[in-house]
Design a protein around this ligand. Structure first.
Ligand code: MN
Length: 248
């Protein structure tokens, strides 16, 4: 069997988006996910499985035992309470149930397994928070460039990154520079324990980090490579190397 890859999903606890599109009932909770993640993992040779937010977090841990790897996907802002800060004015919508489950799942995967872990956008941010790191709550408010570049379609790049030569990401992308899309208003600030920065944007914002405390593939990227896999081979390689790291 091909590797079975868990994919975390977005979550709405009030169903607003569904009601707006004539689906569901006011107050219902919904799970949802862009297809790009499914496409990228299938293209790289894996079988994706969407992981819901369970009522019982232990069910997520139990299911994870049957998976070969997990991709932590993009989504809402992480609750600043998990890194000891008050929320700033420009914080986005918070999904506390998702935060709690993902923090527990990351801790389990890193401490108890050799399963590969890939964090994408929010997935990178929550990986950092799970390891005790902090986030910049709003880049524009902190006078950084606007990394929420929504006027360039996500299938194309919108800014450059500079990659550390001695890193997994350099081995994957085979270049000291690459170009990435950018749909984030937050970023990793202080690094969590065991993490190192392996790519930055020209304004210094952290665009990739890796975890060095275990051998298994553990990479976080701030951009959305899943949207770029049809046009950029180096971005497809992020998923291929993730799948190829699984011993079958
Ligand atoms: Mn960016």
């Amino acid at each position: 069997m091909k590797p079975l890859i868990g994919v975390t999903c977005k979550y709405s606890y009030d169903g607003t988006f569904a009601v707006e599109h004539n689906m569901g009932i006011v107050g219902q909770q919904w799970h949802y996910l862009p297809h790009d993640y499914i496409h990228a993992i299938e293209m790289a040779g894996g079988i994706p499985v969407i992981l819901p937010i369970y009522d019982d977090i232990q069910n997520a841990i139990e299911l994870c035992k049957s998976l070969d790897g997990v991709v932590f996907t993009g989504g809402n802002d992480v609750n600043p309470v998990f890194y000891g800060e008050f929320p700033m004015d420009n914080i986005g919508i918070i999904t506390p149930g998702r935060d709690l489950q993902e923090i527990e799942l990351i801790k389990y995967i890193l401490s108890e397994t050799e399963k590969p872990l890939l964090g994408i956008c929010r997935g990178t941010q929550i990986l950092n928070v799970a390891l005790g790191g902090t986030l910049c709550q709003d880049l524009v408010e902190k006078n950084f460039n606007n990394h929420s570049i929504v006027k360039v379609p996500g299938i194309y790049a919108s800014h450059e990154i500079i990659i550390e030569e001695k890193s997994k990401l350099f081995n994957i992308m085979q270049n000291k520079k690459s170009i990435v899309n950018s749909f984030h208003h937050q970023a990793v600030d202080k690094l969590g324990a065991g993490l190192v920065v392996t790519a930055r944007a020209s304004d210094g914002i952290i665009e990739a980090m890796e975890y060095l405390e275990r051998d298994a593939y553990t990479l976080g990227v701030q951009w959305h490579p899943e949207c770029m896999v049809d046009r950029y081979k180096d971005h497809l390689n992020i998923f291929k190397s993730f799948i190829d790291s699984i011993e079958k």
